[in-house]
Design a protein around this ligand. Structure first.
Ligand code: HEM
Length: 417
């Protein structure tokens, strides 16, 4: 007998009980899971870490609440590691299947994010260091079709309009379901990813996986704006969780009722050609964005938080912040055309003559993708000096359902009833 046999059997039992419990009695995930645990008397309801020390180190034990009005992983300060995964539903998955899948996902995410191994966790020792783990779910068009709920699909769900700068590769586009798995520890992310994907196996296939990272937690002061792989301070002008603007522009909007507490999500995989960037001098690099590289201050200021002065002119009459600079083009006078950026760097293993294969997983949350994201991207498409070094190669849009209560599951406002 191999060592994983009992666990695999346990998992099968787990799923059968979960499904039977849900389908036969029409009861919620928590009760169904109760049934499951009753069927496995060897495992207590509150699964204590079976092995390994409790997290002793500074950040390993940190948890982010899972249940609530909004899903975790949006207002949460960005963790050091974030993996985005798109799934495609298998042909036979209908609304009932989606409900089963989302109940299982919810249970896994609720447990793992609190440092409790998932049900029948195959590596429970890896489940005890949450390191601020959040798992956020999103729905692509396929979910609405399978659930027979297309009438309440926000109009902005689906592919974005085509942009001239796009060189999209099919392997990075779209998807039925999104998972954003983020934590301050890469082993935690790897384990959560594996548990969720194992549980999804009979419902869905992986379409793409995009791991990203920021600086390691503890390597700089909390709240420091991240740097992308061009070395730029990236994320200075952004919506701030907890503000009225955030409430309105991320959690508000004119979405169908079931979305109340949810939002919209865009992921653009943008290649940053570092080999070409290497040939640009420092003044050229700073002009392309309109900010300095050392502090991220606007070219007209001295510290990062200074307001850019777009009217300021050089001695010979040119704008100090060039017309083609990224910040000038990305900015708008329309306060409703703003988004919340929560991006990650990616860095693949280069092959052949290339020294780098790097870029940005440009992730943004906004209540209405068409009204908020698209106008910015259109302006950048028309003119942005950065376009010489960056190329969007992947694109996906998802509706992020609201959070749920402890006796509910993510997606219930869309799927139930
Ligand atoms: C690889 C691609 C990109 C890079 C390297 C990049 C880099 C930067 C940098 C360095 C800043 C200045 C600091 C800041 O305020 O964050 C900035 C600002 C900004 N970027 Fe990007 N960006 C990229 C793509 C995008 C895309 C695709 C969008 C939206 C469609 C976008 C929207 C913005 C916005 C809204 C700002 C703030 C502008 C303001 O000052 O009001 N960026 N970006």
């Amino acid at each position: 007998m191999t060592s994983d046999q009992p666990t695999t059997a346990g998992r099968r039992l787990s799923r059968r009980h979960l499904l039977l419990g849900g389908a036969a009695a029409g009861i919620g995930a928590a009760s169904a899971i109760g049934i499951d645990l009753a069927g496995r008397s060897s495992q207590p309801a509150s699964v204590a870490p079976t092995a390994g020390p409790a997290p002793a180190a500074a950040h390993g034990g940190e948890t982010v609440p899972f249940f609530g009005v909004h899903q975790a992983g949006i207002e949460t300060p960005p963790q050091a590691h974030g993996t985005f995964i798109a799934l495609d539903l298998r042909d036979d998955v209908d609304r009932a299947g989606l409900i089963r899948l989302m109940k299982i996902f919810t249970d896994d995410a609720a447990r793992l994010s609190q440092g409790t191994p998932a049900l029948a966790d195959s590596e429970p020792e890896l489940g005890v260091i949450p390191a601020a783990l959040t798992i956020t779910f999103g729905f692509g068009p396929g979910v609405f079709t399978r659930a027979a709920r297309t009438q309440v699909m926000p109009g902005w769900v689906g592919p974005l309009p085509a942009f001239g700068v796009d060189r999209l590769e099919e392997k990075w586009n779209d998807g039925d379901l999104l998972l954003q798995i983020a934590a301050d520890d890469p082993v935690t992310v790897a384990h959560a990813t594996r548990m969720l994907l194992k549980d999804a196996r009979s419902f869905a296939r992986v379409r793409w996986t995009q791991p990203g990272f920021r600086r390691a937690r503890g390597s700089e002061k909390p709240g420091t704006t991240m740097r992308n792989l061009f070395g730029q301070v990236d994320g200075t002008v952004n919506l701030e969780p907890g503000t009225a603007d955030f409430e309105h522009l991320v959690w508000g909007g004119n979405n169908p009722d079931w979305m109340h507490g949810g939002t919209g999500f865009v992921l653009r995989r943008i290649e940053m050609n570092l080999d070409k960037w290497d040939r640009l001098d420092r003044p050229g690099r700073e002009a392309s964005v309109g900010r300095t590289l050392d502090t991220g201050a606007p070219l007209t200021g001295t510290v990062e938080s200074d307001e850019p002065d777009f009217e300021a002119k050089t001695a010979i009459g040119f704008p100090v912040i060039p017309e083609f600079s990224h910040i000038r083009r990305a900015r708008t006078d329309n306060p409703d055309e703003r988004i919340f950026r929560r991006t990650y760097n990616y860095d693949e293993v280069p092959t052949g003559d290339r020294v780098s294969d790097s870029g940005l997983l440009f992730a943004s949350f906004q209540a209405d993708v068409t009204k908020q994201f698209v106008p910015i991207q259109k302006r950048l498409d028309e003119l942005d000096l950065l376009n010489k070094w960056i190329t969007p190669i992947g694109s996906a849009v998802f509706a992020i359902p609201p959070g749920c209560a402890a006796d509910g599951y993510i997606g219930e406002t869309l799927l139930a009833g």
